[in-house]
Design a binder for this molecule. Sequence first.
Ligand code: G1P
Length: 292
Amino acid sequence: MKKITKAVFPVAGLGSRFLPATKAQPKEMLTLVDKPLIQYAVEEAIAAGITELIFVTGRNKRAIEDHFDTAYELESELEAANKTALLDIVQNVIPKSVTCIYIRQPAALGLGHAVLCAKPVVGDNPFAVLLADDLMLAELGHPNTTEQMVALYAQEQASIVAVQNVPLVQTNQYGIVRGVSYKDHIERMTGIVEKPASNAAPSTLAVAGRYILNSAIFSYLERTEKGSGGEIQLTDAIAAMLKDHPYLTYRFSAMRYDCGSKLGYLKASVTLGLLHREVGEEFKAFLHNMQS
Ligand code: G1P
């Protein structure tokens, strides 16, 4: 069985919901307290044993490459000033054993197209896909969502999508799955549709931004026509692949924050602020005083 060592991060999106903040910087570089969003997803993947990070980037995304690269000037200045703790933070954004690969998506044709751009690097290996917009906070001491999905793949060798229940009025914001129960928190997927209206939704189980995919997905993506929003949808390729390949849906236990929306981003910022080692206590007192 092939181990999952590659993860694809589609990061070419325009981030228009965060304009003007995203006019000159990628939305994935927006920070939650002191770390950019993309770093949370990367840390989740690395904890799950991923050693090849494949970023599908677009225009205006240089800052992501720089973030995961050596920063010579900054490092030598920190070194000269003997700021070893900061130097450590800068040098250990990712471990040396992890490789970053950047592929440019020439046009914003959708998530499915972005994943297809990674084909030359992924080859015939199973791989993970992480959407950095979806911040997953695992319960303390528990494995993160990607770790759990990688472990499940090792047992079942089926493709997996992470799902959670959403209110019926929100089905038009997600890929929505249908399934039959299989094991605790796990269903066998029998259908999936991208952003259905609530009266057409097969369920309220929505896809969150974590996938484990068999490389067969590429040949389905190659044949996928434009779908919802005029984009090539990963969901549509999964729906086609489902006829020939098994898929599981996994109800993850982590807290998910939709950092692609302002409200979700604010909620994540407050949560991580409260959990932060350096400022958490004072921040808590601040919020408390604000309410009284
Ligand atoms: C994408 C997928 C959708 C999924 C969602 C999770 O949509 O197309 O199926 O439910 O991510 O965040 P987007 O949020 O990019 O519109």
